[in-house]
Design a protein around this ligand. Structure first.
Ligand code: PLP
Length: 633
């Protein structure tokens, strides 16, 4: 646990149990103590063949824990409730979940259901997101907010107005000044009294990676001048009472409560000014930004950590709003946040398998063929070779390495010129490996090949260098003897993980012992429940992972898989790119009938004939694009 800093980033949901496996505590550690699920057992249940009592799902696999979602929501709510109560704040907290962080139907449904007792709502940023939020919120609290953010056209605004007609507590938040004309116009046409919010471009700037949309020059929101023009237009239309919410978002992963309080304080000033100007203000929506401590360092100096707890975040918000409103004599507004990362990050774990690793071959001098190799060297090469040998005899190891390096370069040049053959080049590679090994500077970092597409499943690592805790989920009682980087299945050099939390460029790993069907070496990527599934693409046509939903069942250590969804098949991902798998299959089958029958095999009984070929092809369309477990090959 210490090597992988599990206590730092994992508490209170993840720990290492006495078998050396990752234990998941879906309710957090404080509540129902000792309730924990062995993650390896879940992986085995999901991936073992059905004949062994498993579900036969292929890896990679996302394991979802809805109870973790519930705990995150309740923790966020109680942090604000405590801050409100202890500071004598005059209104309540009522958050929304931005569905863009993970639009999975069951994730959104769970959030609406778990959040209903405290009026938790949803935020949408596009038309399809709005549609899904509308339908999910039909089952939620009638007071829950439906916050409509993002760029809007006539259709988006009409849909949001329809949502209000359907008695969903919808707020249309203006992101661009032009949207106000559409809102005024369409609300008259549809005879709906809208509730309007305005997104302010704050001067407060978050300097981390995720803050590039903040500040005066940020991409989103209205400037002070634009907000004043909106107020005027609403006043002229007799709709100033409709303006009820002030929104801002200074970026995800806000590093410190100092920056947070600065932004919230500025927004509270704008809120108070809008009250003074006669708007019907009721809510301040502080956007997202509640961060996750991915490396457990509790530091404000990096994008992968934050220097506060949930409670410190909530208390800072309440204090900043209260301070400004009290000074201006303004009634305390309802506090809303759009925390996405903080709600969904912990609830899912991506599991994948290391299928092979580069081996550390230490060559035997006798096997190198050095005599034959030396014959091929030119004069300079021979001198290097001799100097290398003499330095070794004298015990001057640094000199040895320098000559080995120089010799290798010369040999590569000779090979390119055509004066050295492949065996000779292999011999110099072996010699250099031998020397660096003997001198003790040999590169000990191995490459572990993992059954995964980083582009599909950890896109933020590739795109913005976002780090997540990645660790083996078992054998944690065993000291890892190897350091490695992880290389995925895609044909792309960016498809590798070579940066890890704690600033490490390799990961401590164990030797791979078995493969597939429960004997493999399984790794987990943690805290990736937000954004990764929503952003992942189809590079190399690897579709998304299989998914299981896991609930605690009767005993303290037992669990039930309540939903299992296989990942996309080859046929499914081909369809995404407009191919037609049925037609493709027919074309290939036809080709087989044309060529295979007569020329290659006639006997179908050994699996080589057309029937077997066709069913093998059909199976390929049905399987996932990832590697099959060893026993199925
Ligand atoms: N609200 C808005 C407007 C956003 O742009 C974002 C994401 O950047 C969020 C909420 C969610 O932010 P976070 O995941 O940091 O909570």
């Amino acid at each position: 646990a210490e090597i992988y800093k599990v206590d730092g980033w994992g508490a209170p949901y993840f720990a290492v149990n006495s078998s050396g496996n990752i234990a998941v505590r879906p309710h957090g550690v404080d509540t129902l103590s000792h309730q924990e699920i062995d993650l390896l057992k879940v992986v085995k249940k999901a991936s073992d063949p059905t004949s062994n009592g498993g579900l036969g799902l292929q890896l990679p696999l996302i394991v979802r824990f809805p109870d973790v979602l519930k705990n995150r929501l309740e923790s966020l709510q109680s942090a604000f409730d405590f801050a409100v109560q202890s500071q004598g704040y005059g209104a309540h907290y009522q958050g929304v979940y931005p569905v863009k962080c993970n639009q999975d139907r069951f994730v959104v449904d769970d959030i609406v259901r778990f959040g209903a007792p405290f009026r938790f709502g949803l935020e949408a940023g596009s038309k399809p997101e709005l549609l899904l939020a509308m339908s999910c919120l039909c089952k939620g609290s009638p007071d829950a907010f439906l916050v409509c953010n993002g760029f809007k056209d006539t259709e988006y605004i009409s849909l949001a107005l329809v949502a209000r007609k359907l008695c969903l507590n919808t707020v249309i938040v203006l992101e661009q000044e032009e949207e106000i004309d559409l809102v005024i116009d369409l609300s008259k046409k549809l005879a709906v009294r809208p509730v309007i919010g305005v997104r302010a471009k704050l001067r407060t700037k978050h300097s981390g990676h995720f803050g590039s949309t903040s500040g005066e020059k940020g991409k989103f929101g209205l400037t002070t001048t634009q907000i004043l023009r909106v107020v005027k237009k609403l006043e002229q239309s007799g709709m100033l009472d409709c303006l009820q919410l002030l929104h801002f978002h200074i970026g995800s992963q806000i590093p410190s409560t100092t920056l947070l309080a600065d932004g919230v304080g500025e927004a509270a000033q704008i809120y108070s000014e809008l009250v003074r100007l006669g708007a019907g203000m009721k809510v301040i929506d502080i956007g997202g930004g509640l961060g996750i401590d991915y490396d457990g360092s509790k530091s404000a100096d990096s994008d992968v950590s934050v220097a506060y707890s949930l409670q410190e975040y909530a208390s800072a918000v309440v204090q900043a709003v209260r301070f400004v409103c009290d000074r201006k004599g303004v009634r305390h507004p309802i506090l809303c946040s759009e925390s996405g990362r903080a709600i969904v990050s912990h609830h899912s774990i991506l599991i994948f398998e290391a299928v092979s690793a580069t081996s550390k071959e230490i060559p035997q001098v006798s096997s190198l063929g050095l005599e034959y190799f030396a014959e091929g060297l030119n004069e300079e090469g021979r001198a290097d070779y001799w100097n290398l040998y003499s330095a070794a005899v004298r015990g001057e190891y640094d000199t040895c390495l320098a000559y080995a390096d120089q010799l290798k370069q010369r040999c590569v040049e000779q090979f390119k010129e055509g004066t050295l053959d492949m065996e000779q080049l292999a011999a110099v590679d072996g010699l250099c490996e031998y020397v660096s090994n003997a001198v003790g500077v040999s590169d000990q970092v191995r490459t572990y090949h993992v059954n995964l597409s980083i582009f599909t499943s950890i896109p933020d690592f590739w795109a913005i260098g976002q780090l997540f805790p990645v660790i083996p989920i078992h054998r944690l009682e065993e000291k890892p003897g190897v350091r490695g980087i992880l290389s995925d299945l895609t044909c792309d050099s960016d498809g590798k993980i070579n940066k890890f939390i704690g600033g490490e460029s390799s990961l401590p790993l164990h030797e791979i012992e078995g493969k597939g069907n429960g004997n493999g070496y399984y790794l987990g990527m943690f805290l990736g429940g937000a954004y990764e599934e929503a952003l992942g693409g189809f590079h190399n046509l690897f579709g998304g992972p299989s998914v299981v939903r896991v609930l605690q069942s009767d005993g303290p250590h037992s669990f039930a898989v309540t939903r299992a969804v296989p990942g996309l098949s080859c046929g499914d991902v081909l369809r995404v790119m407009q191919h037609e798998p049925e037609l493709m299959f027919e074309t290939l089958k036809h080709r087989a009938e044309e060529f295979v029958h007569d020329e290659v095999v006639v006997d179908d009984s050994n699996g080589g004939g057309i029937g077997a070929l066709a069913s093998g092809l059909a199976q390929c369309f049905h399987n996932m694009p990832y590697l099959l477990p060893a026993s199925s090959c």
